[in-house]
Ligand binder design. Structure first.
Ligand code: NAG
Ligand code: NAG
Ligand code: NAG
Length: 366
């Protein structure tokens, strides 16, 4: 229809056009509200875990498990080191963006942010932590039970900020993500004596699955209904593990990958079981194993050149304070590398994993 032609006609016709555009307008408001309504189904992303999802909580506790210095963050929002263990954003930042919430999820202990920021997303995660209290003790970081205490405190602040009813609605509609477990094996079980003298790998897996199950039940009791439980990556392929696998020709360590697969199977089972036990829960198992394995096996498909060593420093063993301003040889283009430091993916890898998880696992929440 030629709107301008109609506009030149009588007042009566003007009215008609106005009514017509009103209807068009109402139609679009309806469509947009619908889209907005769908996005608002997840008003916040609430995150628990380790360095895979820590945005800088460890900057505010006394630990050496830190990364708030260059070259960390050199590709993050103008080159800011935040405490994220990457050159840029981490998976939960990309997931929050995909949900239309924000471009990055702030750390709960960061005084630059307050409850008005946290009401749409927050991470309680702490690098170097695990399910097991003995894992978080190794580098004195925030144990999982403490992350739950912070979450409780957060809920009280949210009630004061948004009101009791609105806060409860935010909690029950928000997506709660858990991402941890690698450190229980690599930093604890296989590195320091203790757990390994008391448990076989299979028994230790069961011990951790028990803690994961209790944690999910506690989240549920606090009102959470949408939960994503993250699995382990192929942890035998992290550059640090390859570097130390001298007899295996610096290839991935098969026994670590087997344990990751077995543990993931048990976590998957746990989610199926809790789905039956807890009415109204929407619980998904989010598995990064196969996508990361595919990237490592066929890096060129994703535009990567290097998988076995990391970008920072020699790429063989440096992470945390060993990956710092003074080190030489850091790669010039992190996008060519799957791993940023010897233990953590580059921003580009994080983005690929996040996209995969959003499309394959989190669709029920989108
Ligand atoms: C949060 O911080 C912002 C900006 O720093 C400030 O304007 C706002 O009043 C604060 N909100 C609350 C609830 O403290
Ligand atoms: C971990 O420590 C907390 C606090 O002391 C305790 O409540 C919890 O039971 C411990 N978890 C396990 C599995 O021992
Ligand atoms: C998962 O549960 C099924 C059925 O209960 C069982 O047969 C299977 O062995 C379990 N898998 C793992 C990895 O625990």
């Amino acid at each position: 229809m030629d709107i301008r032609g109609l506009m030149r006609k009588t007042a009566c016709m003007h009215l008609h056009v106005h009514v017509h555009s009103m209807l068009v307008f109402v139609f679009w408001v309806f469509v947009l509200a619908n889209i907005g309504g769908t996005a608002a189904k997840v008003p916040a992303l609430i995150v628990f875990g380790d360095s895979s999802v820590d945005a800088g909580n460890n900057n505010y506790i006394p630990t050496i498990a830190r990364s708030n210095f260059v070259p960390y963050g050199r590709d993050f929002d103008g080159g800011k080191p935040t405490g994220r263990f990457s050159n840029g954003r981490i998976p939960t930042d990309f997931i929050a963006e995909a949900f239309g919430l924000k471009k990055f999820i702030p750390a709960y202990l960061d005084p630059k942010y307050n409850i008005s920021d946290f009401s749409t997303g927050v991470t309680f995660a702490s690098a170097a932590t695990g399910y097991d209290n003995e894992t978080s003790d190794v580098l004195s970081v925030i144990p999982l039970w403490k992350q739950l205490e912070y979450y409780n405190e957060y809920q009280n602040k949210l009630k004061a900020y948004a009101g009791e009813i609105k806060a409860k609605e935010i909690i029950s509609e928000s997506l709660h993500m858990m991402s941890l477990g690698t450190n229980d094996f690599l930093e604890n079980y296989y590195t320091i004596p203790g757990r390994s003298s008391r448990y076989t790998p299979g028994e230790y897996e069961n011990f951790l699955v028990g803690i994961a199950g209790n944690f999910i039940k506690q989240l549920y009791a606090l009102g959470a209904r949408k939960i994503s439980l993250g699995g382990l990556p192929p942890m035998g392929c992290l550059p640090l593990e390859r570097t130390t696998n001298v007899v295996g020709g610096n290839d991935c360590v098969p026994s670590y990958n087997r344990v990751a697969l077995e543990f993931n199977g048990k976590l998957k089972n746990l989610t199926l079981q809790l789905h039956q036990e807890l009415p109204g829960i929407k619980l998904v198992f989010s598995n990064p194993y196969y996508i990361l394995q595919q990237i490592i096996r066929k890096p060129s498909l994703y535009g990567f050149d290097v998988t076995s060593v990391a970008c920072c420093a020699t790429g063989m063993f440096e992470m945390g304070y060993a990956c710092n301003r003074g080190v030489m040889f850091s790669c010039s283009d992190a996008n060519k590398y799957v791993f940023w430091d010897s233990f953590h993916p580059t921003e580009k890898t994080n983005q690929i994993i996040a996209n995969y998880v959003v499309k394959r696992v989190l669709t029920p929440f989108l």
